[in-house]
Ligand binder design. Sequence first.
Ligand SMILES: Nc1ncnc2c1ncn2[C@@H]1O[C@H](COP(=O)(O)OP(=O)(O)OP(=O)(O)O)[C@@H](O)[C@H]1O
Length: 502
Amino acid sequence: MSRNQKSVADNIDFCSQTPDATYSEAGNSDSMHNSFICDCRMSSLSVDINTPPSGTENDEGNFMQEGGYFDDIFPTGLELDEVSDAATYYPSINYRFPEQSELRNYELLSKIGEGAFSKVFKAVDITGNGQVPVAIKAIKKKSVYIRDEEIDHDPEGDEEIKNSSRKQIINEIAIHRMVSKNSPHFTKFIDFEESATYFYLVSELVTGGEIFDKIVQLTYFSEDLARHVITQVAIAVKHMHYMGIVHRDIKPENLLFEPIPFHGRNGNIQKEDTFKLGVGGGGIGLVKLMDFGLSKRISSNTAKTPCGTMEYSAPEIFKSEEYSMKVDMWGIGCVLFTLLCGYPPFYEKNQSKLVRKISKGDYEFLAPWWDDISSGAKNAIIHLLEVDPKKRYDIDDFLNDPWLNSYDCLNSPNSNTYATIEDILNGSFDERTENLHSALSCELQKQVNTIPHENDSSEFIYMVEEDRHLRGSWTGELMMPFTLDLKRSSVYRRRKDKLFFW
Ligand SMILES: Nc1ncnc2c1ncn2[C@@H]1O[C@H](COP(=O)(O)OP(=O)(O)OP(=O)(O)O)[C@@H](O)[C@H]1O
């Protein structure tokens, strides 16, 4: 049966499939999609063992970051103690969430998401700056410092861990603010608050939800819709790579979208509606990349830190080789594959099997799922999921890919005109990034003396130690591939508490 003949309704009742159904069950693509959906909202619970956010506090207590763009976020420098001390006045409003009790300038309205170490809320500014809703990610300090059972001393008493955790958060903010300033393809950074118990990251509220949930709803996307989504991701990644920043956690859960009217509802059945060039389809308009918790500025174009979400991680990450911006291209390949067929290219419950498959680039265009997908789309995926990073597409290769630059709907007589990717890039984007790039280079030049030398082994060991305490539970040797501890992921917790359902 061709995938087009399949009733969409057949794919709706994901929960009638046991969450533990395995990917390999009869190599059946339906069960793969369902198993992926039920079992595998990929958690970016990662263990970034080698490289924490690099940076130091100077004599005044201001944070100095490699690349030097913290001054840009907190123009007078972030005075860490000042931030903590300032967080003593709280508004006298009634609150429903414990996170509200220490938040000064915003009122939390509802919970909209949850990560491994955070809760995300819809909120409004109560300082009189209008009532435009924002998103606030509240990160409980204790949860990022370290899990109690993993150490034999009180984590709250460990100043070094506290400082490194704060630096990690500040790294996330710095990159978020920097990249989102001049591009619509990121959630805009708005504000930051710190209290005794929480870090609060305030950003633009994106109301459509996650692309992940759209895959759940629609099962898979048409090639035009997949192109619409992945082009916007590619433009966001181009923006980051141009600034020397690697995202390292590209996955459907980290792609949000602004909704457009959706006409694909038919009772309980949801199907993709007509795609409109320059507008979108399936209810998906503007797509935005988020979550810069693992992003890093790599001055020499390479890094060595094993991190990311396993299923979307490139082979060189597991091989402990130096890796480059190209890891994001692998992530883009995994997302594009998933958009087109509804399940990811690499999915195994057994982690060593998963690593083996990724390392060999062992994926397939399985029938019947891939029968009707064009050779152009498959060709783009083959170039993105290339094991050898030197041969893998870079972001410019992908943006010039013939499949990415041709829309099926243009063959229909009612087609409307649209801007090519080249038009978009030659327009405002390049000019703005050019300015950013030169500003960043100047800043980098100014800061160059404050950057710790990369080959300084004592610094390196300090960084490894630092990271060990940040996310997850790495206990291995230097340069060992990282492991995911699913017991700590919010997905696992939600499933365990029977709150995880679709
Ligand atoms: N700006 C936003 N607008 C709307 N929803 C958001 C926004 N930011 C986050 N969310 C929602 O909250 C969820 C969790 O946010 P986020 O991924 O940043 O948390 P996290 O702790 O980094 O998660 P992870 O476990 O993936 O590391 C997102 O998947 C998304 O659904």
